[in-house]
Design a protein around this ligand. Structure first.
Ligand code: FAD
Ligand code: UDP
Length: 387
């Protein structure tokens, strides 16, 4: 047996005591660890934060599960992913239907017949299409502004998109890629469901409880930064799964990748209902925040209190948490250099939103972990070629 090393903190680490060291206890790391553990591999997860769940983490306050890092609504059309998360939680039938403030008026999201009626008092799909058609951008959209103008025309762009996007990303929509806005449904029906996916809901009891169940039987060490002792941690396992920022892994020596950060201001009120909806967007420049979240409406929690979070986008410096990759051409080129270097490290796997430098929803992160674990298994199963 390998020699044991007592670290003086109750853990006796053996060299390569684990098959996988997993850096990051967010959704990618936890999903990978669950799949690997189920397949008989030994996993250790470390995270520099004091809690599990990464950005999906929730905290119970006065009987309300507060989404600590912004609203998280689970949605997917992938039955395998839906069945996977159901192993760890029951989901309710929550359907995300945010409202949007602009000027002094409230509109429905995503862009649908309700929005068109509120904006133009039109009530048939033909009338709405005619309105949009008369003000559409024609041509191949080269950026977010042109994409939005091409999809919904000037009125919706200036009322609900331009300022929100500027606040969210800290740059003009002309300087952003078109794909960001393509996430939002555009419908000519009276349907306020923000997502088109077949399955949607919130895990009853919160995401932290879901993660606790997902991590059953897996060793997790919190408040532990991989980059402070990377040689030691790498020595513990055959392979390292890294879910932090890829540029940080390489000491930023090929350049810094830009991320957008957020500041969350959580307020507790001693009355039961503040805004009547889980999510309200603020789409003009009269206020600096982009969204307010009233968490109790996600699970219809019964409480005499309510918790409301204001979400303020901000630049990301080294003291702040990186949330969104900023997909400029320059950042993509920098990322491509890191990705190529990462591919040269056979004992490291890079996955998740920060490591793949990609705007990924939760179901996509789980799919990515599943695919990666599957390809790992294929590699292990394939016969060694002897010349
Ligand atoms: P993370 O959750 O960021 O986990 C990475 C973990 O790695 C972190 O816990 C971090 O502390 C740890 N780590 C990093 N570096 C180190 C290190 N050196 N040492 C140790 N640990 C380290 N998706 C949806 O599907 N629906 C939604 O409604 C939705 N809403 C969102 C709202 C906001 C405001 C944001 C920011 C994201 C939202 N998402 C949503 C996306 C969702 O948060 C992500 O898909 C998911 O959390 C990504 O998981 P991850 O494991 O890749 O990353
Ligand atoms: N968006 C907007 N107005 C809104 C909501 C979204 O202009 O009221 C744009 C904005 O550019 C945003 C993008 O659509 O970055 C994607 O929105 P989504 O709600 O999917 O963003 P996320 O929840 O990931 O922050």
């Amino acid at each position: 047996m390998d020699s044991q090393r007592d670290r003086g903190d109750g853990h006796a680490d053996a060299a390569q005591a684990y098959d996988y060291l997993i850096v990051g206890c967010g959704l990618y790391g936890a999903s990978f660890a669950r799949l690997a553990t189920d397949a008989g591999f030994r996993c250790l997860i470390i995270d520099k934060r004091p809690h599990i769940g990464g950005n999906c983490h929730t905290e119970n306050r006065h009987g309300i599960n507060v989404h600590s890092y912004g609203a998280h609504i689970f949605h997917t059309s992938n039955k395998v992913v839906w069945d996977f998360v159901h192993r760890f939680a029951d989901f309710n039938n929550y359907v995300n239907s945010p409202k949007a403030f602009s000027g002094d008026r409230l509109y429905s999201l995503p862009f649908n017949m309700n929005t068109f009626y509120e904006l133009w008092q039109v009530h048939t799909p033909d009338q709405a299409r005619e309105r949009i058609e008369s003000q559409r951008f024609r041509g191949e959209p080269a950026n977010l502004e042109e994409q939005a103008l091409s999809l919904v025309g000037t009125d919706i762009y200036t009322t609900l998109i331009r300022d929100y996007t500027q606040k969210q990303w800290g740059r003009h929509p002309r300087e952003l890629p078109a794909f960001i806005i393509k996430r939002l449904p555009l419908r000519f029906t009276f349907n306020n469901n923000y997502f088109n996916d077949r399955y949607q809901g919130i895990p009853i009891g919160g995401y932290t409880q879901l993660f606790s169940r997902m991590l059953e039987g897996i060793e997790v060490r919190l408040n532990t930064d991989y980059l402070e002792q990377r040689n030691y941690f790498d020595s513990l396992a055959g392979k390292t799964v890294y879910t932090g920022c890829i540029d940080e892994f390489f000491g930023h020596d090929d350049g810094r990748l830009e991320y957008r950060s957020l500041r969350f201001e959580h307020a507790l009120f001693d009355y039961p209902n503040h805004q009547g909806n889980a999510v309200i967007n603020y789409c003009d420049n009269s206020v600096p925040h982009t969204r307010t979240i009233e968490h109790k409406h996600f699970e219809n929690s019964q409480s005499d209190y309510t918790v409301v979070t204001h979400e303020y986008p901000q630049d990301c410096d080294s003291d702040r948490i990186p949330y969104y990759p900023v997909n400029s051409e320059q950042n993509q080129n920098t990322y491509a250099r890191y990705r190529d270097r990462a591919a040269q490290l056979p004992s490291h796997i890079f996955g998740g939103r920060l490591s793949e430098y990609k705007y990924m929803d939760m179901h996509v992160v789980i799919e990515s972990a599943m695919n990666r674990f599957r390809s790992e298994q294929k590699q292990a199963d394939s016969p060694v070629l002897v010349s």
